[in-house]
Design a protein around this ligand. Structure first.
Ligand code: 4NP
Length: 160
């Protein structure tokens, strides 16, 4: 029996990396019949793409891998700090922006982490922004997220 966990994946625009992370994590959890344990969504630190579907390249890569996206762009908000158990950022500028936007106090800062910190030797590692890149950059992000979300799921299911 696992305790329910609420996870928020965060990037800058909420159309490339974090919706992909959310969808991959949900698929991995579903594959292990653990989808009822996790409530996941994603958000951006910027509001440029509120209400939009994920970037077409994120949609292409997810479709190629039979990963279902179910998200519209949203900006992180103050209530998210209390709402989520884990707030997982793609890069260190996201972490800085989250702390600034949500006015995070020391006692809440533990729940904000880089996603890749769940990988062995992943301390300080980032998921690079593919927005100005090409489809190969999105494929690379997909592989990176698949690995880090797998480690995240392992960790969350071994410590419960
Ligand atoms: P994301 O990528 O943070 O992975 O969603 C970006 C999407 C849009 C922009 C920047 C990064 N933008 O500047 O509009």
């Amino acid at each position: 029996m696992y305790q329910e966990k609420k996870i928020l994946f965060v990037c800058l625009g909420n159309i490339c990396r974090s919706p992909m992370a959310e969808a991959i994590f949900n698929k991995l959890a579903e594959d292990r019949s653990l989808h009822h344990v996790f409530k996941c969504t994603s958000a951006g630190t910027a509001g440029y793409h509120i209400g939009e579907l994920p970037d077409y390249r994120t949609r292409m890569v997810c479709e190629m891998n039979a990963v279902t996206l179910n998200h519209r762009g949203r900006k992180i908000g103050h209530d998210d700090l209390a709402e989520f158990d884990l707030i997982l950022a793609m890069d260190s500028s996201n972490v800085r922006d989250i702390i600034h936007l949500l006015k995070v106090k020391e006692e809440h800062s533990d729940k904000i982490r880089l996603l890749r910190s769940f990988e062995p030797d992943g301390e300080g590692k980032e998921v690079p922004d593919p927005y100005y890149g090409n489809l190969d950059d999105f494929k690379n992000v997909y592989e990176m997220l698949l690995k880090s979300c797998g480690h995240l799921l392992d960790e969350l299911t071994s410590t419960n």
